[in-house]
Ligand binder design. Structure first.
Ligand SMILES: [Cu+2]
Length: 134
């Protein structure tokens, strides 16, 4: 295989692995508020899913996408953050400043996913939502 063919392939794989660019088509719009995470929609078909997360709060937030059929209200809080034992991190975007939007594209298999901001104190204030993938 020539380099001319290989280079675009590498680029495509890097983009699939996740990006933090703005713009593009969002499959799930994520509203990050200081006391909530809202997903629209909160059910979606399996495959490549692009999240566009907008920080509508007053402080910096993050978005973490975990796989795992866990009721978030049962997650213990230790040292001010949620214990994510039993959950598998799919991908995340850190340091989303107020007013900014970051996007993330991941491959999701059918199942239940937990989307949260786990900066100290934020989960306990309600920054978590559940995404069902069918
Ligand atoms: Cu937060």
């Amino acid at each position: 295989m020539s380099r001319a063919i290989a280079a675009p392939l590498v680029l495509a794989v890097a983009m699939l692995a996740g990006c933090t660019s703005t713009g593009g088509e969002a499959d799930v719009t994520v509203s990050l508020r200081d006391d909530a995470v809202e997903l629209a929609p909160d059910t979606i078909e399996a495959g490549s899913v692009t999240f566009a997360a907008t920080n509508e709060g007053t402080v910096t937030h993050e978005i973490e996408v975990f796989a795992g059929d866990v009721d978030p209200s049962t997650l213990p809080i230790e040292n001010n953050v949620a214990s994510t034992e039993g959950l598998t991190l799919v991908d995340e975007i850190e340091d989303i400043t107020p007013g900014s939007t970051a996007s993330l594209t991941v491959e999701l298999a059918p199942g239940t996913y937990v989307v949260m901001c786990n900066l100290p104190g934020h989960f306990a204030r309600g920054m978590v939502a559940v995404l069902e993938v069918s």
